[in-house]
Design a binder for this molecule. Structure first.
Ligand code: TYD
Ligand code: MG
Length: 449
């Protein structure tokens, strides 16, 4: 008999409490034990559908349920597919329970019974949150429960269209060893709920807590078991939240939706650029700011880059700080500024951020970063109504970016009048295009030389 770590696959001839390979606790299972993926239901059929030729399957059978929130539907690929298991991940306190309760209310109002199970809060606590959100639909059933068999029984009792399990980390299967939240339990619980979901044709949201460090057995462990995996991101201090799909068997991935956390829960932002920028920022640019269209998924969003360059006080080493941008990229761009523009920032602190809490690793923001830094250094704003887009190479050349047209269109839509873009692109727009070959060209066009 051999044992295998259910987290990383490491094998051992004897059972171990802690995996020497991945460091997880309580993950070893005997090898002949079936893994959750290969388990079949009591009837022997997993989904319970009849054998039939593909041309006899009617696509109209797939009727997606709307969550009642357009942006959530979009992220799911057009709504919830019955039979789908949707992993809903995010850090504690980010707003998962809040958004799901809002969705639950809307689905209950439109389609009927929804069951919301919480292993983290009492029914009274859920009610408290619900009343703040104005959630009060009699078709929405609430259960404070951690035990899988009782959750299953509740599903049989009320036959919900949608089941929400908040969270998989607090749900315990009596059929498996280990504590709730252990890798073994996460898989067992997810597999059992998947089976229940497919067999009954409902749709299930599994809430999974992640941590920034990712140091414990989190939702990633069960991502391969589910049909759809979406994550809610953002920082707790900021109001902005981003919902991102990373896996979707029924639609595209890499899409994002923007939400704002307020007193009435999460509100969808259908026009993110307008949310991140004010008219005033367009009309009266401040020194050290530059507007760049970045891509979130396939969607362009205009964001404001902010740079602050100030002489380093005393004898300390100059600081380079950045929020929302790649630190090493900034160092590289500072080197380009020094070498190509002849501007020395060695005696200055440089701070960079994206207003509103967004993050990007897009190189298309390079030319905007350089413009923001130089603008702060010269204490001179960029001309009114300008956006900038282009990757910058080591020798200072400005390179093309993907989806330039969409980015420029977004800028035009928001009333910007000029776009500094990489030379060589053929675009027809109302906005005035300023093609540049090098960072020097760009600085000249921006009157920053
Ligand atoms: P919650 O949904 O409990 O997070 P999660 O389930 O991901 O752990 O969200 C908790 C935070 O959201 C909490 O700090 C309070 C805040 N919040 C609002 O700002 N507005 C609201 O309407 C609600 C219900 C919560
Ligand atoms: Mg919660």
């Amino acid at each position: 008999m051999a044992f295998r770590c259910s987290n990383c696959g490491y094998r051992s001839v004897k059972w171990l409490g802690r995996c020497p390979n991945c460091g997880e606790w309580d993950t070893f299972v005997a090898e002949e034990e079936s893994t959750p993926e290969t388990q079949t239901g009591a009837s022997g059929t997993w989904i319970g559908e009849a054998l039939r030729p593909i041309n006899e399957i009617d696509l109209a059978e797939v009727k997606r349920l709307s969550t009642g929130i357009g942006e959530v539907d979009r992220i799911l690929g057009g709504g919830i597919v019955p039979g789908a298991v949707i992993l809903f991940g995010g850090e504690p306190g980010i707003g998962k329970s809040t958004l799901l309760l809002q969705i639950a209310e809307k689905i209950a109002g439109q389609y009927g019974v929804v069951l919301y199970v919480s292993g983290e809060e009492s029914a009274a606590q859920i009610k408290l949150r619900a009343s703040r959100l104005g959630v009060n639909n009699p078709q929405l059933f609430v259960l404070a429960e951690q035990t899988l068999s009782r959750i299953t029984r509740a599903v049989e009792q009320v036959s919900p269209h949608v089941l929400i399990v908040d969270s998989i980390q607090t749900t315990l299967s009596e059929a498996a060893p280990g504590e709730a939240g252990s890798v073994r339990q996460l898989r067992e619980v997810s597999a059992a709920l998947t089976q229940l979901t497919k067999a009954r044709g409902l749709a299930t949201f599994l809430v999974g807590h992640t941590t920034k460090e990712g140091g414990f057995a989190g939702p990633k462990t069960v991502e391969h078991l589910v049909d759809v995996a979406i994550y809610l991101e953002g920082s707790r201090g900021e109001e902005m939240r981003i919902l991102r799909s990373v896996k979707n068997r029924f639609g595209g991935t890499n899409e994002v939706a923007v939400f704002q956390m307020g007193k009435q829960g999460l509100r969808e932002i259908t026009d993110p650029s307008r949310f991140f920028l004010s008219d005033d920022e367009r009309e009266n640019p401040r020194p050290g700011t530059a507007i760049v269209p970045i891509l979130e998924g396939t969607r362009p969003i205009l964001v404001e880059l902010e740079a602050l360059v100030a002489p380093t006080g005393g004898y300390g080493a100059p600081q380079r700080r950045t929020t929302g941008l790649d630190y090493n990229r900034i160092l590289l761009l500072l080197a380009v500024i020094e070498k190509r523009l002849g501007i020395n920032t060695g005696g200055a602190d440089v701070y960079l951020s994206i207003a509103g809490g967004l993050e990007t690793r897009e190189r298309a923001a390079d030319i905007g970063v350089i413009a923001a830094i130089v603008s702060s250094l010269r204490n001179r704003p960029l001309p009114t109504g300008y956006v900038l887009v282009g990757e910058v190479g080591l020798t200072g050349e400005v390179r093309g970016v993907r989806r330039l047209r969409e980015r420029v269109n977004e800028a035009e839509k928001l009333g910007y009048t000029h776009a500094v873009i990489p030379a060589g692109a053929a675009l027809r727009t109302k906005i005035e295009l300023i093609p540049v070959k090098t960072v020097e060209d760009a600085m000249t066009a921006l009157q920053l030389t």
